[in-house]
Design a protein around this ligand. Structure first.
Ligand code: GLA
Length: 375
């Protein structure tokens, strides 16, 4: 493991308990950012830390901008999104930057059985349920935002109370997602949730990254390393078979840095050809564990991802269609990548996978760290 990553790991692990005595990081807002089609005000917050700026929107507890410097210090917005709420409410939005829940990724047939009762969720991604459903999934509701100063940096915490039966899920769930930006340019995302009845919960952030700048072309030249020796193979509907297979000898072997474009055409089984796979994060002594590292050679920008979750979905924007995003820039096929830390897809129906069921009295707590650097 490169010494640079070892330093990052120790900084991130240390950061999980280090008290930042005098952080120069700042948080501002809320600023008005329009309203939803129902007339609910939408607000934005800005976190600045180190040389990184992150903007957040309370609709969907969404990351709308990440301004990160290249090796010469020049900033670029490296995440896909829109200039207004209407863009986020349009068909062109494919979960850009949002908090996904109650259950991210797919649930086969939208069905699951819990304590002897079968639940039928929306089949909003034929033939499956995807990303928490259609109308009141966590990416579409307006969360309550508040500014915080934490030992690790300045923060914004979004809260949402999801009523029993929302999108077909059991239990009244209170969820929070806290974004913390330190002086080191590390963006910590901390999810917490509690329920009054047993229910599945699997939250993630769905930012689409292009480290050369959002809308600047494909990500095929980005170099990826995944700290994962296995993955969960899926069927043609992207539902896991229940097996956990080694990546060795497959186009999924990113145990050493590889360009995204080097073997992508070999992925003939994935709908619309591309990476859209859940990798099993290598076990580590300390959490959050290093899960992935991406480097864009021209700018030198890198993204390193740490997580407490067992899985990370690596997706290369295979469903992007050239839709105009921020500044009217087209978001083309394979124009971004996602690294969605999470429990495995369809876990609620896969008895051998780590459980996603949360019970009353338990606190669902997961962390992801996106570290933005340049070299
Ligand atoms: C996840 C899924 C993809 C796709 C995107 C949203 O990344 O794995 O198949 O559905 O969400 O477009």
């Amino acid at each position: 493991m490169p010494s640079r990553l070892v330093c990052l790991i120790s900084a991130v692990s240390l950061g999980s308990c280090l008290m930042n005595a005098a952080s120069a990081a700042e948080v501002s807002g809320p600023q008005p950012f329009g309203q939803t089609y129902e007339g609910t005000p939408v607000e934005r917050y800005t976190l600045t830390g180190g040389k990184v700026t992150v903007r957040l929107m309370n609709r969907g507890a969404t990351i709308t901008e990440v301004l990160a410097p290249d090796r010469a210090g020049a900033p670029a917005d490296i995440v896909l999104g829109f200039d207004d709420v209407a863009g986020y409410e349009s068909e062109a939005n494919q979960y850009f930057g949002c908090t996904v829940g109650r259950v991210c990724n797919r649930i086969a047939g939208g069905k699951f059985t819990l304590d002897g009762r079968q639940y039928q969720l929306a089949v909003n991604n034929e033939p499956n349920h995807l990303h928490g459903g259609g109308k009141r999934s966590f990416d579409k509701v307006v969360w309550q935002g508040e500014k915080l100063v934490t030992p690790r940096g300045t923060a914004v915490r979004f809260s949402y109370a999801s009523p029993d039966g929302e999108e077909g899920y059991p239990g009244n769930v209170k969820a929070t997602v806290t974004y913390i930006l330190g002086d080191d340019g590390a963006l910590w995302i901390e999810w917490e949730a509690m329920t009054d009845r047993p229910t599945p919960i699997n939250l993630t952030n769905h930012s689409y990254f292009n480290l050369a700048g959002a809308g600047s072309g494909t990500v095929l030249d980005h170099e990826v390393t995944m700290y994962a020796d296995s993955y969960t193979p899926v069927d043609t509907n992207l539902i896991p078979t229940g097996k956990i297979d080694p990546v060795a000898g497959t186009p999924l072997d990113f145990t050493s840095p590889k360009r995204i474009g080097e073997r992508i055409e070999q992925l003939t089984k994935t709908p619309t050809l591309g990476y859209d796979h859940n990798f099993v994060v290598r076990k580590a002594d300390k959490l959050p564990a290093a899960a992935a590292r991406v480097r864009e050679p021209k700018s030198g920008r890198t993204l390193t991802v740490f997580t407490t979750q067992p899985g990370i979905q690596f997706y290369t924007g295979n469903f992007l269609t050239g839709q105009p995003g921020k500044g009217g820039k087209p978001y083309i096929y394979r124009g971004a990548f996602c690294l969605e830390t999470q429990h495995f897809p369809d876990s609620v129906n896969q008895p051998t996978f780590p459980t996603v069921i949360v019970k009353p009295g338990e606190v669902y707590k997961q962390t992801c760290v996106y570290v933005f650097t340049a070299e």
